[in-house]
Design a protein around this ligand. Structure first.
Ligand code: GRF
Length: 213
């Protein structure tokens, strides 16, 4: 973290592989407000629509495609260097479809967050919405969590429930979950930027949210 991170802007980079609607929500709701700046958007997919959204917002972009590196460790090291050069305070995974290596995570301890379309620890990994429908649950939701070395297993920052309607229609549910993500992810980032979300000293799984002063 930069030494002057508390006096200068809170600098965020977003990693995204796909359409980037969560990135858009962050750009619309946070970028340039309350001392928060999105300073870079990186993707493993050169054609990701998320990169286009970043360019439109005048945010610097980077592409780290798997086939340009000998292995995942090399790609992650290049990505981590790029993020450190931009002196980021927080790395946000918004639909980034690559598992990050332990070495990468160790370079940003408790400074990486992810948004997942289920109430973790239920339905981690791919196709969380399909998993929830298949399981027959009546309530699912969205989780924003810190990233650790496991799959969607890090300390939970915020969660919001989304009821599943009688129709159990996947497209409708996905839309509802996306709407919820677009609120919850910026909310969690705002808490972290304000220094109001921190890991509990005695229970490292617990994120304590301080009341607004
Ligand atoms: C979101 O549903 C997020 O929960 C998951 O990937 C999806 C990304 O969507 N990790 P978008 O690219 O932000 O529209």
């Amino acid at each position: 973290m930069r030494k002057d991170a508390r006096v200068g802007a809170f600098r965020i980079a977003v990693l995204a592989s796909g359409t980037g609607t969560n990135l858009q929500a962050i750009l619309d709701r946070l970028h340039g407000r309350d001392g928060i700046e999105i300073v870079g958007v990186a993707s493993d997919k050169p054609e990701a629509m998320a990169l286009e959204r970043a360019r439109k917002a005048d945010v610097e972009t980077g592409v780290f495609a798997g086939d340009e590196y000998p292995d995942r460790a090399a790609r992650d090291a290049a990505l981590a260097d790029w993020l450190e050069e931009r002196e980021v305070d927080l790395v946000v995974l918004a639909g980034y479809m690559q598992l990050l290596s332990p070495a990468f995570i160790a370079r940003f301890p408790n400074r990486i967050v992810n948004v997942h379309p289920a109430l973790l620890p239920s339905f981690p990994g791919l196709d969380a919405v399909g998993q929830a429908l298949e399981h027959g649950v009546r309530v699912t939701g969205v989780t924003v969590h810190f990233v650790d070395e496991g799959v969607d297993s890090g300390p939970i920052i915020l969660q919001r429930a989304v009821p599943i309607s009688e129709q159990r229609d996947q497209a409708m549910l996905e839309e509802e979950l996306h709407r919820t993500e677009h609120e919850l992810l910026p909310e969690a980032i705002r808490l972290i930027a304000a220094g109001r979300a921190r890991i509990d000293k005695t229970n490292p799984r617990l994120v304590v949210i301080d009341e607004e002063a």
